[in-house]
Design a protein around this ligand. Structure first.
Ligand code: F6R
Length: 369
Protein backbone atom coordinates (compact mmCIF):
# COMPACT_ATOMS: atom_id res chain seq x y z
CA UNK A 1 0.00 0.00 0.00
CA UNK A 2 1.52 3.28 -1.15
CA UNK A 3 -0.43 5.18 1.51
CA UNK A 4 -1.36 7.99 -0.87
CA UNK A 5 2.15 8.44 -2.29
CA UNK A 6 2.82 8.36 -6.04
CA UNK A 7 5.27 5.48 -5.63
CA UNK A 8 6.67 3.17 -2.99
CA UNK A 9 9.95 4.98 -3.39
CA UNK A 10 8.36 8.34 -2.53
CA UNK A 11 6.74 6.75 0.53
CA UNK A 12 9.98 5.09 1.61
CA UNK A 13 12.00 8.31 1.26
CA UNK A 14 9.41 10.03 3.45
CA UNK A 15 10.05 7.28 6.01
CA UNK A 16 13.80 7.92 6.25
CA UNK A 17 13.53 9.89 9.52
CA UNK A 18 11.48 7.10 11.07
CA UNK A 19 13.91 4.43 9.81
CA UNK A 20 16.72 6.09 11.77
CA UNK A 21 14.59 6.67 14.87
CA UNK A 22 13.28 3.08 15.00
CA UNK A 23 16.75 1.63 14.54
CA UNK A 24 17.94 3.53 17.64
CA UNK A 25 15.00 2.54 19.86
CA UNK A 26 15.83 -0.04 22.54
CA UNK A 27 19.56 0.29 22.00
CA UNK A 28 20.37 3.25 24.23
CA UNK A 29 20.51 2.99 28.00
CA UNK A 30 21.42 5.86 30.27
CA UNK A 31 22.70 7.79 27.26
CA UNK A 32 25.13 5.05 26.18
CA UNK A 33 24.74 2.40 23.51
CA UNK A 34 23.70 -1.06 24.60
CA UNK A 35 22.57 -3.30 21.77
CA UNK A 36 20.92 -6.33 23.42
CA UNK A 37 21.27 -8.41 20.25
CA UNK A 38 25.05 -8.17 20.41
CA UNK A 39 25.00 -10.79 23.16
CA UNK A 40 26.05 -13.47 20.65
CA UNK A 41 29.34 -11.54 20.59
CA UNK A 42 30.17 -10.85 24.23
CA UNK A 43 32.34 -8.00 25.50
CA UNK A 44 35.48 -10.17 25.60
CA UNK A 45 35.03 -11.04 21.95
CA UNK A 46 34.49 -7.39 21.04
CA UNK A 47 37.63 -6.41 22.94
CA UNK A 48 39.59 -9.19 21.30
CA UNK A 49 38.89 -8.54 17.62
CA UNK A 50 41.77 -6.96 15.76
CA UNK A 51 40.07 -6.22 12.46
CA UNK A 52 36.62 -5.63 11.03
CA UNK A 53 35.76 -6.60 7.47
CA UNK A 54 32.49 -5.30 6.10
CA UNK A 55 30.95 -7.23 3.22
CA UNK A 56 27.97 -6.07 1.22
CA UNK A 57 26.83 -5.12 -2.27
CA UNK A 58 25.59 -1.92 -3.88
CA UNK A 59 23.98 0.62 -1.59
CA UNK A 60 24.62 -1.57 1.47
CA UNK A 61 28.35 -1.47 0.68
CA UNK A 62 28.22 2.35 0.64
CA UNK A 63 26.64 2.26 4.10
CA UNK A 64 29.57 0.04 5.05
CA UNK A 65 32.04 2.63 3.76
CA UNK A 66 30.43 5.33 5.88
CA UNK A 67 30.60 2.94 8.84
CA UNK A 68 34.29 2.31 8.24
CA UNK A 69 35.19 5.96 8.79
CA UNK A 70 33.20 6.04 12.01
CA UNK A 71 34.30 2.72 13.49
CA UNK A 72 37.98 3.42 12.85
CA UNK A 73 37.64 6.82 14.48
CA UNK A 74 35.61 5.73 17.49
CA UNK A 75 36.87 2.21 18.20
CA UNK A 76 40.38 2.46 16.68
CA UNK A 77 40.03 -0.91 14.94
CA UNK A 78 41.07 -1.22 11.29
CA UNK A 79 38.05 -1.69 9.03
CA UNK A 80 38.04 -2.89 5.44
CA UNK A 81 34.99 -2.75 3.23
CA UNK A 82 34.68 -5.27 0.46
CA UNK A 83 32.13 -6.05 -2.19
CA UNK A 84 30.87 -9.50 -1.21
CA UNK A 85 31.33 -10.92 -4.71
CA UNK A 86 34.99 -9.90 -4.80
CA UNK A 87 35.73 -11.00 -1.25
CA UNK A 88 35.03 -14.69 -1.65
CA UNK A 89 37.09 -15.39 -4.71
CA UNK A 90 40.47 -14.20 -3.58
CA UNK A 91 41.12 -16.20 -0.44
CA UNK A 92 41.01 -13.27 1.98
CA UNK A 93 43.06 -13.51 5.15
CA UNK A 94 40.73 -14.09 8.10
CA UNK A 95 41.38 -15.25 11.65
CA UNK A 96 39.22 -15.86 14.71
CA UNK A 97 40.03 -12.28 15.69
CA UNK A 98 38.45 -10.93 12.52
CA UNK A 99 34.87 -9.72 12.81
CA UNK A 100 33.05 -9.93 9.50
CA UNK A 101 30.08 -7.57 9.40
CA UNK A 102 27.64 -8.20 6.58
CA UNK A 103 25.11 -5.56 5.61
CA UNK A 104 22.01 -6.52 3.66
CA UNK A 105 18.52 -5.08 3.46
CA UNK A 106 16.95 -8.30 2.18
CA UNK A 107 19.22 -10.70 4.03
CA UNK A 108 18.98 -12.93 0.97
CA UNK A 109 21.59 -11.50 -1.40
CA UNK A 110 23.42 -14.58 -2.64
CA UNK A 111 26.82 -12.91 -3.03
CA UNK A 112 26.69 -11.64 0.55
CA UNK A 113 25.36 -14.92 1.94
CA UNK A 114 28.13 -16.94 0.31
CA UNK A 115 30.75 -14.52 1.64
CA UNK A 116 29.35 -14.87 5.18
CA UNK A 117 29.45 -18.67 4.92
CA UNK A 118 33.00 -18.50 3.67
CA UNK A 119 34.02 -16.23 6.56
CA UNK A 120 32.51 -18.63 9.09
CA UNK A 121 34.31 -21.58 7.56
CA UNK A 122 37.55 -19.65 7.97
CA UNK A 123 36.80 -19.20 11.69
CA UNK A 124 35.93 -15.50 11.64
CA UNK A 125 33.17 -14.05 13.88
CA UNK A 126 30.15 -12.84 11.95
CA UNK A 127 27.68 -10.06 12.61
CA UNK A 128 24.74 -9.40 10.31
CA UNK A 129 23.13 -6.00 9.88
CA UNK A 130 19.85 -6.83 8.21
CA UNK A 131 16.41 -5.34 7.62
CA UNK A 132 14.42 -8.55 7.19
CA UNK A 133 13.53 -10.60 10.27
CA UNK A 134 14.54 -14.22 10.03
CA UNK A 135 16.25 -13.92 6.64
CA UNK A 136 18.99 -16.36 5.63
CA UNK A 137 22.05 -14.14 6.26
CA UNK A 138 21.19 -13.39 9.91
CA UNK A 139 20.48 -17.07 10.46
CA UNK A 140 23.98 -17.87 9.20
CA UNK A 141 25.65 -15.29 11.51
CA UNK A 142 26.81 -15.30 15.15
CA UNK A 143 24.77 -12.19 15.93
CA UNK A 144 22.33 -9.88 14.17
CA UNK A 145 21.48 -6.23 14.61
CA UNK A 146 18.26 -5.57 12.75
CA UNK A 147 17.68 -2.26 11.07
CA UNK A 148 14.08 -1.31 11.75
CA UNK A 149 13.40 0.56 8.52
CA UNK A 150 10.24 -1.48 7.86
CA UNK A 151 9.61 -3.35 4.62
CA UNK A 152 11.28 -1.77 1.59
CA UNK A 153 9.31 -2.42 -1.58
CA UNK A 154 10.84 -0.10 -4.19
CA UNK A 155 13.80 -1.77 -5.89
CA UNK A 156 16.11 1.16 -5.15
CA UNK A 157 17.18 1.14 -1.53
CA UNK A 158 16.58 4.38 0.39
CA UNK A 159 15.33 4.14 3.97
CA UNK A 160 17.33 0.94 4.47
CA UNK A 161 20.52 2.89 3.67
CA UNK A 162 20.07 5.44 6.47
CA UNK A 163 19.04 2.66 8.84
CA UNK A 164 22.18 0.69 7.92
CA UNK A 165 24.39 3.67 8.70
CA UNK A 166 22.53 4.13 11.98
CA UNK A 167 23.15 0.48 12.93
CA UNK A 168 26.83 0.75 11.99
CA UNK A 169 27.13 3.89 14.14
CA UNK A 170 25.45 2.24 17.12
CA UNK A 171 27.77 -0.71 16.74
CA UNK A 172 30.81 1.58 16.37
CA UNK A 173 29.90 3.53 19.50
CA UNK A 174 29.34 0.35 21.52
CA UNK A 175 32.65 -1.03 20.26
CA UNK A 176 34.36 2.20 21.32
CA UNK A 177 32.71 2.01 24.75
CA UNK A 178 33.73 -1.62 25.27
CA UNK A 179 37.29 -1.09 24.05
CA UNK A 180 37.73 2.08 26.07
CA UNK A 181 38.50 4.29 23.06
CA UNK A 182 35.39 6.39 23.68
CA UNK A 183 34.90 7.76 27.16
CA UNK A 184 31.34 8.04 28.44
CA UNK A 185 30.98 11.72 27.77
CA UNK A 186 32.10 11.39 24.16
CA UNK A 187 29.93 8.33 23.63
CA UNK A 188 26.95 10.20 25.10
CA UNK A 189 27.61 13.14 22.80
CA UNK A 190 27.60 10.86 19.76
CA UNK A 191 24.40 9.19 20.89
CA UNK A 192 22.74 12.59 21.27
CA UNK A 193 23.85 13.57 17.76
CA UNK A 194 22.42 10.34 16.37
CA UNK A 195 19.16 10.84 18.22
CA UNK A 196 18.88 14.33 16.73
CA UNK A 197 19.10 13.03 13.14
CA UNK A 198 15.41 12.10 12.59
CA UNK A 199 14.16 15.67 13.26
CA UNK A 200 16.87 17.10 11.05
CA UNK A 201 15.98 14.64 8.31
CA UNK A 202 12.38 15.74 8.46
CA UNK A 203 13.49 19.27 7.61
CA UNK A 204 15.64 17.99 4.70
CA UNK A 205 12.54 16.34 3.20
CA UNK A 206 11.09 19.84 2.82
CA UNK A 207 13.53 20.53 -0.02
CA UNK A 208 11.75 17.91 -2.17
CA UNK A 209 9.74 20.40 -4.19
CA UNK A 210 12.81 22.36 -5.27
CA UNK A 211 14.64 19.20 -6.24
CA UNK A 212 11.67 18.19 -8.39
CA UNK A 213 11.94 21.52 -10.25
CA UNK A 214 15.66 20.96 -10.77
CA UNK A 215 15.08 17.43 -12.02
CA UNK A 216 12.68 18.79 -14.65
CA UNK A 217 15.31 21.00 -16.27
CA UNK A 218 17.85 18.22 -16.12
CA UNK A 219 15.67 15.51 -17.68
CA UNK A 220 17.65 15.51 -20.95
CA UNK A 221 21.02 15.38 -19.34
CA UNK A 222 23.41 12.61 -20.46
CA UNK A 223 25.82 12.51 -17.55
CA UNK A 224 26.00 13.64 -13.94
CA UNK A 225 28.97 13.59 -11.60
CA UNK A 226 28.96 13.50 -7.80
CA UNK A 227 31.81 14.60 -5.56
CA UNK A 228 32.31 14.15 -1.86
CA UNK A 229 35.06 13.66 0.70
CA UNK A 230 35.43 11.60 3.86
CA UNK A 231 31.97 10.28 4.74
CA UNK A 232 30.63 12.39 1.87
CA UNK A 233 32.49 10.17 -0.59
CA UNK A 234 30.26 7.09 -0.19
CA UNK A 235 27.29 9.48 -0.36
CA UNK A 236 28.57 10.61 -3.78
CA UNK A 237 28.76 6.97 -4.88
CA UNK A 238 25.22 6.39 -3.64
CA UNK A 239 23.91 9.45 -5.52
CA UNK A 240 25.49 8.15 -8.73
CA UNK A 241 24.16 4.61 -8.30
CA UNK A 242 20.62 5.92 -7.85
CA UNK A 243 20.80 7.89 -11.12
CA UNK A 244 22.11 4.89 -13.04
CA UNK A 245 19.54 2.46 -11.79
CA UNK A 246 16.51 4.76 -11.74
CA UNK A 247 17.02 7.29 -14.53
CA UNK A 248 19.38 5.26 -16.78
CA UNK A 249 21.79 8.16 -16.87
CA UNK A 250 25.51 7.71 -16.86
CA UNK A 251 26.66 8.90 -13.46
CA UNK A 252 29.82 8.59 -11.45
CA UNK A 253 30.81 9.42 -7.92
CA UNK A 254 34.34 10.50 -7.05
CA UNK A 255 36.29 11.35 -3.96
CA UNK A 256 36.79 15.09 -4.52
CA UNK A 257 40.52 14.79 -3.84
CA UNK A 258 40.78 12.43 -6.81
CA UNK A 259 39.59 15.09 -9.30
CA UNK A 260 43.02 16.35 -10.21
CA UNK A 261 44.26 12.78 -10.72
CA UNK A 262 42.08 12.31 -13.77
CA UNK A 263 38.35 12.94 -13.57
CA UNK A 264 38.67 16.72 -13.95
CA UNK A 265 39.35 16.02 -17.64
CA UNK A 266 35.67 15.07 -17.90
CA UNK A 267 34.54 18.58 -17.03
CA UNK A 268 33.26 20.53 -19.98
CA UNK A 269 30.79 23.39 -20.19
CA UNK A 270 27.35 22.36 -18.97
CA UNK A 271 28.48 19.21 -17.10
CA UNK A 272 26.26 18.83 -14.04
CA UNK A 273 28.20 18.14 -10.85
CA UNK A 274 26.67 17.56 -7.43
CA UNK A 275 29.08 18.40 -4.63
CA UNK A 276 28.57 17.28 -1.05
CA UNK A 277 30.27 20.04 0.90
CA UNK A 278 31.71 19.20 4.34
CA UNK A 279 30.79 21.49 7.18
CA UNK A 280 32.89 24.68 7.55
CA UNK A 281 33.44 23.48 11.13
CA UNK A 282 35.07 20.27 9.93
CA UNK A 283 38.20 19.66 12.05
CA UNK A 284 40.16 18.40 9.03
CA UNK A 285 39.53 21.62 7.07
CA UNK A 286 38.05 19.65 4.22
CA UNK A 287 35.53 22.42 3.66
CA UNK A 288 38.09 24.79 2.14
CA UNK A 289 39.46 22.03 -0.06
CA UNK A 290 36.06 21.13 -1.44
CA UNK A 291 35.17 24.78 -2.04
CA UNK A 292 38.36 25.10 -4.05
CA UNK A 293 37.39 21.96 -6.04
CA UNK A 294 34.11 23.70 -6.81
CA UNK A 295 35.98 26.75 -8.06
CA UNK A 296 38.15 24.58 -10.30
CA UNK A 297 35.27 22.79 -11.97
CA UNK A 298 33.18 25.95 -12.20
CA UNK A 299 36.07 27.68 -14.02
CA UNK A 300 35.77 24.89 -16.62
CA UNK A 301 32.07 25.50 -17.12
CA UNK A 302 30.51 22.91 -14.83
CA UNK A 303 27.04 23.55 -13.40
CA UNK A 304 27.44 22.97 -9.70
CA UNK A 305 24.72 21.86 -7.32
CA UNK A 306 26.10 22.07 -3.80
CA UNK A 307 24.64 20.23 -0.83
CA UNK A 308 25.85 22.38 2.01
CA UNK A 309 25.18 23.16 5.60
CA UNK A 310 22.73 25.89 6.58
CA UNK A 311 24.57 29.18 6.85
CA UNK A 312 27.63 28.10 4.87
CA UNK A 313 28.06 31.26 2.79
CA UNK A 314 31.39 30.27 1.22
CA UNK A 315 29.69 28.09 -1.40
CA UNK A 316 27.26 30.77 -2.57
CA UNK A 317 29.44 32.63 -5.06
CA UNK A 318 30.53 29.38 -6.70
CA UNK A 319 27.45 27.18 -6.93
CA UNK A 320 24.54 27.37 -9.36
CA UNK A 321 22.19 25.86 -6.81
CA UNK A 322 22.57 25.20 -3.10
CA UNK A 323 20.53 22.59 -1.25
CA UNK A 324 20.71 23.18 2.48
CA UNK A 325 21.05 20.60 5.23
CA UNK A 326 20.84 21.35 8.98
CA UNK A 327 23.96 21.70 11.11
CA UNK A 328 25.45 18.42 12.26
CA UNK A 329 28.93 17.26 13.15
CA UNK A 330 30.84 15.63 10.26
CA UNK A 331 29.87 12.01 10.89
CA UNK A 332 26.18 12.83 10.87
CA UNK A 333 26.17 14.77 7.61
CA UNK A 334 25.93 11.74 5.29
CA UNK A 335 22.61 10.78 6.85
CA UNK A 336 21.30 14.23 5.93
CA UNK A 337 23.07 14.81 2.61
CA UNK A 338 21.95 11.55 1.03
CA UNK A 339 18.25 12.34 1.19
CA UNK A 340 18.30 15.10 -1.47
CA UNK A 341 20.17 12.63 -3.71
CA UNK A 342 17.54 9.95 -3.16
CA UNK A 343 14.86 12.49 -4.04
CA UNK A 344 16.82 13.64 -7.07
CA UNK A 345 17.18 10.08 -8.46
CA UNK A 346 13.48 9.49 -8.04
CA UNK A 347 12.42 12.84 -9.52
CA UNK A 348 14.73 12.58 -12.51
CA UNK A 349 13.33 9.11 -13.28
CA UNK A 350 9.81 10.48 -12.88
CA UNK A 351 10.61 13.47 -15.12
CA UNK A 352 11.69 10.97 -17.78
CA UNK A 353 8.42 9.07 -17.38
CA UNK A 354 10.07 5.96 -15.94
CA UNK A 355 8.77 3.49 -13.37
CA UNK A 356 10.66 4.54 -10.24
CA UNK A 357 9.68 1.49 -8.20
CA UNK A 358 10.67 -1.09 -10.77
CA UNK A 359 13.63 -0.04 -12.92
CA UNK A 360 14.42 -2.22 -15.92
CA UNK A 361 16.65 -5.30 -15.52
CA UNK A 362 16.66 -5.16 -11.71
CA UNK A 363 15.17 -7.29 -8.94
CA UNK A 364 14.64 -6.25 -5.33
CA UNK A 365 16.77 -9.02 -4.01
CA UNK A 366 19.49 -10.69 -6.02
CA UNK A 367 19.34 -14.34 -5.03
CA UNK A 368 21.66 -15.60 -7.75
CA UNK A 369 25.41 -15.08 -8.01
C1 F6R B 1 20.56 0.08 -4.90
C2 F6R B 1 20.18 -1.23 -4.39
C3 F6R B 1 21.16 -2.37 -4.45
C4 F6R B 1 21.19 -3.12 -3.12
C5 F6R B 1 22.10 -4.35 -3.23
C6 F6R B 1 22.20 -5.11 -1.92
O1 F6R B 1 19.55 1.01 -4.74
O2 F6R B 1 19.09 -1.40 -3.90
O3 F6R B 1 22.44 -1.90 -4.78
O4 F6R B 1 21.63 -2.26 -2.12
O5 F6R B 1 21.59 -5.23 -4.23
O6 F6R B 1 20.97 -5.60 -1.50
P1 F6R B 1 20.75 -6.10 -0.04
O7 F6R B 1 20.94 -4.95 0.87
O8 F6R B 1 19.35 -6.64 0.00
O9 F6R B 1 21.78 -7.17 0.23
Amino acid sequence: DKGGWSSFMAKEISEEPEAVAKTIIGRVEDGLVRIPELEGLDADTLRDIDRVVVIACGTAAYAGMVGKYAIEQWARVPVDVELAHEFRYREPVLTERTLVVSISQSGETMDTLMAVKYAREQGARTLSICNTQGATIPRESDAVVYTHAGPEVAVASTKAFVAQITAMYLFGIQLGQVRGTLDDSRARGLVRELQAVPDKLASVLASGERIREMAKWMADTQSVLFLGRHVGYPVALEGALKLKELAYIHAEGFAAGELKHGPIALIEPGQIVFVIVPSPRDPNSLHAKVVSNIQEIRARGARVIAIAEQGDAAVLPHADEVIRIPLASPFFEPLLAVVPLHIFGMELAAAKGLDVDQPRNLAKSVTVE
